[in-house]
Design a protein around this ligand. Structure first.
Ligand SMILES: NC(=O)c1ccc[n+]([C@@H]2O[C@H](COP(=O)([O-])OP(=O)(O)OC[C@H]3O[C@@H](n4cnc5c(N)ncnc54)[C@H](O)[C@@H]3O)[C@@H](O)[C@H]2O)c1
Length: 253
């Protein structure tokens, strides 16, 4: 498929996991991609797998507004346009409110919420020109609570509503804004969880299509939401969760 031929995509958190899978998917479907990540070494290694004329590599921390402005300007300079923003770079943090330090809370909110804001704000003028779209990686953790993930839940809840609020305002400019809401996915973020067989078994009980999810499956949903096939869809938080949210929470019998 060539759904994104002639289009340019900016992916944050592109060195690993879902961001890397999204980069691969958009390149396969014809797009040029700006890969942005805080981990420069990992980013350069990941980008080496793609045709150099189709990728732009940018190292930076999305929590800083200058990173966002610089990445958008460099994208337009190199590829002439920006059609799609994949707002995906995120960090996790464990602990209930008493275990969560002020510093951890502030960093999670700076990356997972303010970072998405800076990227979306910097991208909007170009997306308006292109009548483009944004896909944000929220989480099932942005649709309900988890035990002992206070800061992460707070941040992802904000992303889920950022998408709804932005979608209402952006529609008048022809720009769509949606989220994917994955559950437990095999990425860099979950390597500790994957090593815990009991925990994996608990997720398998809750995810009827199986756990963990693969990042390519999440990237496929991102590509759908960013594509013209989803031209009537905006403001949606799409669970990409192997069926987890289909449950009302009562245990299996
Ligand atoms: N893995 C899961 O189970 C899961 C489930 C639901 C949602 N998510 C979300 O998916 C998104 C992608 O995470 P992943 O699971 O692919 O993890 P990952 O750790 O494999 O990838 C995240 C990437 O983001 C980069 N990054 C982190 N902070 C950054 C910053 N400030 N600026 C720029 N880049 C930064 C990291 O260097 C890394 O390459 C995150 O928003 C995460 O919260 C993950």
């Amino acid at each position: 498929m060539d759904r994104f031929k002639g289009k340019t995509v900016l992916v944050t958190g592109a060195a690993s996991g879902m961001g890397l899978a999204a980069t691969r998917r958009f390149i396969q479907e014809g797009a040029n991609v700006t890969m942005l990540d805080i981990d420069e070494a990992k980013l350069n290694k990941a980008a080496a797998d793609f045709p150099p004329d189709r990728v732009l590599v940018r190292a930076g921390d999305t929590a800083h507004k200058d990173t966002a402005r610089g990445a958008v300007a460099a994208t337009v300079e190199r590829f002439g346009r920006l059609d799609i923003l994949i707002n995906n770079a995120g960090i996790a943090s464990e602990g209930d409110i008493m275990q969560t330090s002020e510093e951890d809370f502030e960093r999670v909110m700076a990356v997972n919420v303010a970072g998405y804001f800076h990227m979306a704000k910097a991208a909007m003028p170009e997306l308006v020109k292109a009548r483009g779209s944004i896909v944000m990686t929220s989480s099932v953790s942005g649709l309900g609570g988890d035990w002992e993930m206070f800061a992460y839940n707070t941040s992802k809840g904000a992303v889920s509503n950022m998408v709804r609020a932005m979608a209402l305002d952006a529609a008048k400019h022809g720009v769509r804004v949606n989220a994917v809401n994955p559950s437990f996915t095999n990425t860099g973020m979950t390597q500790d969880m994957l090593a815990d067989a009991d925990l994996v078994a608990k997720f398998e009980e809750r995810m009827p299509l199986g756990a963990p999810e693969d990042a390519d499956g999440v990237a496929a949903a991102m590509a759908f939401l960013a594509s013209d096939d989803a031209r009537l869809i905006t403001g949606v938080n799409l669970p990409v969760d192997a069926g987890l949210m289909a449950s009302n929470g009562q245990p299996a019998q």
